[in-house]
Ligand binder design. Structure first.
Ligand code: FES
Length: 182
């Protein structure tokens, strides 16, 4: 597991958990972008942990489509990746210019499904790229309009100031068409 992966924190294991609180956008944030300040909180309560699992029916998410769901108050981006997006990501696995090096295989359980936390690792804006017509950047991923960070089709940061790849939430495939996040 890489530094940019989120851990599934239980109440007793003392590992790090993140909570995000939405606030009003400020004048420094580009129009249409939301900012989610990051608060480092230790030891989520049992209630929070119990509510932290969601199940997502992905049967209607067509190849090439992206779905946003809310988990623990945060957006989770689910990308049903095309063969082209997978190939683009894999082709850069060994690229020395990666800011937060990771292979595509380290970031997915199944190549056709990328699941990431949709919060920019710079200052917490929600990157664009989920809606049809959104800018996705030259690496077919996501673009953060707040300060210009660009993520690739594996959710790896390719242009800063964001320092880390988009976080990976804990998740599992319950079936081929049902995803459990949390
Ligand atoms: S918050 Fe995304 S680039 Fe600054």
């Amino acid at each position: 597991m890489t530094d940019s992966q989120m851990q599934d924190d239980g109440p007793d294991n003392g590992r790090r958990d993140f909570l995000y609180i939405a606030t009003a956008a400020t004048g420094a944030v580009a129009t249409g972008a939301a900012i989610w300040p990051l608060i480092d909180s230790m030891n989520a309560s049992a209630e929070v942990t119990a509510l932290s699992k969601i199940e997502v029916d992905i049967s209607d998410v067509e190849v090439g489509a992206r779905l946003t769901v809310k988990w623990r108050g945060k957006p989770v981006f689910i990308d049903h990746r095309t063969e082209e997006r997978i190939a683009l990501a894999v082709a850069d696995d060994d690229n020395p210019d990666l800011i937060d090096p990771a292979t595509d295989a380290e970031r997915v359980q199944r190549p056709e499904w990328l699941v990431v936390i949709g919060v920019c690792t710079h200052l917490g804006c929600i990157p664009l790229g989920q809606e049809t017509g959104d800018p996705v950047g030259q690496w077919e991923g996501w673009f953060c309009p707040c300060h210009g960070s660009v993520y690739d089709s594996a959710g790896r940061v390719r242009r800063g100031p964001a320092p880390l790849n988009l976080y990976l939430p804990p998740y599992e495939f319950v079936t081929d068409t049902l995803l459990r996040v949390g």
